[in-house]
Design a protein around this ligand. Structure first.
Ligand code: DLL
Length: 432
């Protein structure tokens, strides 16, 4: 099923014309309404009228998260506050959050994009969708909510947390679609197993999971433990929230909704655009937003764009599953590692639970990585010898696959805090 055949399956040439026209309007809008962009464009010697083709995008300046912080709270808005009908903000671990604003038309666009996203996964008006993303300043809850209502599905706006109650309602209300972070999906699966819930009695068919990096292995784990199909959905507040890209039933990359967002992948160091197929940092330019249009926003997310046509019929380019954020990348004695890579190794070995924590510290001048992972209950009750062997196996596998030597610490089942939203996988003691 495709929500908007016209735009999602538009021939590429026609799509490019549409993008150029929309980019022109966006540049006009920011040039005349946002002092930050006017100044940046003037510094780059570029006026909106100079735009000739989509290739000119490369002449435009980048925007970083810090720019939004510097203009806190509403300095990047392109309309007066009287036109803003909703504000969201991303949590931000330190300091002030980054704030985004939506006009009525933006909310409409967002609902449309979320209707596309959910339809990509299989939601219809007959679906019962349990929205266990947090409601509030976070874009997850309300984003999914509006999209599901647009489709006409029955929405259960339960928000995150309250795990036992989630499971009770899932059984009683006959939930068919679960929307939450992948780490919360695993927590729900674990809680169901402990409560002795018979999964065959549930009506759950699939889940729309995102808001944090999760490996292909984690997908398999969720699909197995919840007996559902797990669909990856991607987005970020600065660009609109969820609804930027979504996997279709093929589960082979996420379609970027290119009639609204122009993607690029750049080398994060040289800032030069990379061709399709090469891994780098994802950058977005919004094409239709009014409240807070965004030009060449550096997401810090690492992925690859692929141009091959998808068998689902959509013509929009796909991005690979996000490997991680540059901010979360660990540099251990010169080797770059993403938490998702360690996650894959752990899940592949088995005998552990999908709950882990990476602790980075500096001893003298050397960085050290400790991988804490919960062992399975069966393994935990086993002989000490078995645990020692498992520890060694994990150590060797990480070393041979990723090229780093990590200290492995097996911990008791349930000792790593569970996440109801975005999981915290890394503790970096070097920056404490
Ligand atoms: O997390 C929006 C969202 C809500 C997406 C619900 C999907 C589902 P922020 O809080 O601004 O917005 O965080 C955005 O989360 O830059 C990525 O690093 C990460 N992220 C989001 N989706 C995925 C995904 C929401 N599917 C940041 N895979 C982004 C990997 C993701 N990382």
């Amino acid at each position: 099923m495709i929500w908007n055949q016209h735009y999602e399956c538009m021939p590429r040439e026609q799509l490019k014309d549409l993008q150029l026209e929309r980019l022109r309007k966006t540049l006009e809008r920011v040039y005349h309404n946002v002092p930050f962009y006017r100044q940046k464009l003037q510094e780059a010697g570029f006026e909106p009228g100079d735009l000739q083709s989509l290739d000119d995008l490369q002449k435009l300046p980048f925007t970083a998260k810090q720019d939004l912080r510097d203009n806190y709270p509403f300095g990047m808005f392109a309309v007066p506050m009287s036109e803003i009908v909703r504000v969201h903000a991303s949590s931000g671990t330190t300091g002030k959050p980054t704030v985004v604003g939506y006009t009525r038309s933006d909310i409409n666009t967002w609902a449309e994009l979320m209707a596309r996203t959910l339809t990509c996964g299989g939601t219809t008006k007959n679906s019962v969708i349990q929205v266990a993303y947090g409601y509030g300043l976070f874009t997850g809850g309300l984003g999914v909510h509006y999209g599901a209502e647009r489709i006409g599905a029955s929405v259960i706006p339960i928000s995150g947390g309250n795990t036992q109650r989630q499971i009770m309602l899932m059984e009683d209300f006959g939930t068919t679609v679960l929307a939450c972070t992948p780490s919360y999906a695993i927590y729900l699966a674990e809680a169901m197993e402990e409560m002795g819930v018979d999964k065959n009695r549930l009506k759950l068919q699939y889940g729309v999971f995102g808001a944090e990096p999760w490996s292909e292995r984690m997908r398999q784990e969720i699909e197995k433990r919840l007996n559902i199909k797990a669909i990856d959905i991607y987005g970020l507040s600065e660009v609109i929230g969820p609804g930027v890209a979504s996997e279709c039933q093929e589960q082979k990359g996420l379609h970027i909704f290119e009639d609204h967002f122009l993607p690029e992948v750049i080398d994060p160091v040289t800032e030069k655009p990379l061709p399709f197929g090469e891994k780098g940092e994802l950058v977005f330019t919004s094409l239709t937003k009014e409240g807070i249009p965004i030009i060449r926003y550096r997401t810090r997310d690492i992925t690859t764009l692929k141009a091959e046509v998808c068998s689902c019929g959509r013509t929009h380019v796909r991005m690979e599953k996000v490997m991680g954020r540059t901010d979360d990348m660990l540099i251990i004695r010169g080797v770059n590692v993403f938490p998702s890579q360690i996650e894959s190794v752990l899940l592949e070995i088995g005998d552990t639970e999908p709950h882990y924590l990476l602790v980075v510290d500096r001893k003298g001048s050397l960085d050290e990585l400790e991988v804490q992972v919960e062992v399975s209950q069966a393994m935990f009750s086993d002989k000490v010898k078995g645990l020692e062997t498992l520890e060694k196996t994990i150590h060797h596998r990480i070393e041979s696959l990723l090229g780093i030597s990590a200290k492995v610490k097996l911990v008791e089942p349930h000792s790593i805090p569970r996440s109801e939203g975005k999981a915290k996988r890394v503790i970096d003691k070097r920056s404490l």
